[in-house]
Design a binder for this molecule. Structure first.
Ligand SMILES: [Zn+2]
Length: 241
């Protein structure tokens, strides 16, 4: 089940970046793996991006109930396990709760591959950067016409304090990680993020082209297909008592 979001990704990427990624990756996976794939679910949980125009979000309860209802239909038609191919981190907590319910109530296992966890770095850049180098390449691999390279820029640093570095859901302080909740505009004035490594320059954002992105798409698809091959071998489990 491919799942995305409709949310701002900075001035250079489309609102549909996450669902375009999930849909494109699911199509490659479906063509080569033993799976049945649902339609893309293009809206997810994006409250933290609602300060930027065009973002859509739904309530967590609504989202959970909707995905759960679809999952239960598929179980009635014989589904024995699920791969929730979510390309939006904001969906994770709700999907984890669904995975718990599916396992407990039906003995059905779920897998939730997130692309930045499968390939943490791509061409020496961290993949978990909203609208950054790797995500530009990912979108360009599927819809190069929707990437506005001329608008791509590195977000100016936005510090909450001199000593605490803030990410969306955690602070870094003197080697510690402390969980929090922030809105995207609290950490980035333009909506995209870029945790650059290895003397990365703004011009490098423009090098994340379709051809570069194809390598990322293929390596993600290869990893997920290999995983599904093993996941499909797992024996069914008993529901909880
Ligand atoms: Zn994204």
């Amino acid at each position: 089940m491919p799942l995305g979001s409709t949310e701002q990704h900075g001035p250079h990427l489309p609102l549909g970046a996450d669902w375009i990624e999930a849909d494109g990756l699911a199509k490659v996976v479906t063509s080569r793996a033993d799976v049945i794939t649902t339609q893309i679910i293009p809206v997810g949980l994006s409250e933290h991006h609602m300060d930027f125009p065009g973002t859509l979000t739904v309530t967590r309860e609504h989202y959970k109930n909707f995905i759960m209802d679809i999952s239960e239909c598929l179980i009635r038609w014989g589904a024995k396990r699920f791969v929730f191919l979510s390309e939006h981190g904001g969906n994770l907590d709700a999907l984890s709760e669904i995975a718990l319910t599916l396992r407990t109530k039906y003995g059905v296992l779920s897998a939730i591959p997130q692309w930045w966890e499968i390939v943490p770095e791509f061409n020496n850049q961290p993949t978990m950067q909203h609208g950054g180098y790797a995500e530009i390449a990912f979108v360009a691999s599927i819809r190069p016409d929707l990437v506005k390279y001329e608008r791509a820029q590195l977000p100016p640093p936005k510090e909450l304090t001199k000593t605490i570095r803030a990410e969306l859901d955690y602070f870094k302080f003197k080697g510690m990680t402390v969980r929090t909740y922030l809105r995207t505009k609290d950490v980035s004035a333009i909506g995209s993020m870029s945790e650059q490594l290895h003397e990365f320059k703004e011009a490098d954002l423009k090098s994340a082209t379709h051809d570069v992105g194809r390598n990322l798409l293929q390596s993600l698809a290869d990893s997920i297909i290999e995983f599904i091959g093993e996941f499909n071998k797992l024996a069914p489990l008993e529901p909880a008592r």
